[in-house]
Design a protein around this ligand. Sequence first.
Ligand code: F6R
Length: 248
Amino acid sequence: MNIIEVKDYQAMSEKASLYVIDKVREAPFINLGLATGGTPIGLYKLLVEDYRKNHTSYKNVTTFNLDEYVGLSGNHPNSYRYFMNEKLFNHIGIKKINTFIPNGAADDILNECNMYEQLINQKGGIDLQILGIGSNGHIGFNEPGTKFDSRTHIVDLAPSTREANARFFNTPNEVPTKAITMGISTIMKSKEILLLISGESKSDALHRLLHDGVCESFPASVLKNHPKVTIIADEAALRKKLTLTSCC
Ligand code: F6R
């Protein structure tokens, strides 16, 4: 894993945006894997700014998002489809039909998971996957204990994840209890991974990722088995020493 240290959230977002813009310019038909949550908001803002100023073209880019809440349709303001449209897709000239996110409102969620997995494969797989990390080490919504060979599947969200995401909802009770997520093996099949980590709340997770072994109780540890991972982490995330008990 290659680690790039930066000062703060803004510097992380800038570095990540330059990284992504370079890739899109080099390979205009790139398949990008995208994340939601607080971490990539700065990156998406800068991609939009760059599109306005420099006209980087997304007209041939295809995107696959990591996950979506079960029970929320794409026009629900808390759905990840809505988030992605608002933060990125509505502003960069990408064709909406080339932006894929699991449908959390599908009648048959199991079928939706299988179709999503197949779709990624049919389109040639993900070239560059952007990831954030949960403070419990989740990637996508693959919570601790998820099998490393998992494909796109339905998950029960950990209480800590629902709590962390409650900030985006009116009341904590509104946070859905289930989600569809790419599996760990789906993520690991990406040709390249860019992991963004910012803030003190992620410092234990980053420390554990850098210093512990690989085990299913800490999902992000699997990234050590991937040949091409770049981490962009800020000072606050890199600062703190490990306080969690490790099990790997
Ligand atoms: C989001 C996702 C999650 C987040 C993680 C960190 O699509 O898959 O793994 O990346 O929960 O969330 P933030 O960035 O809000 O701290």
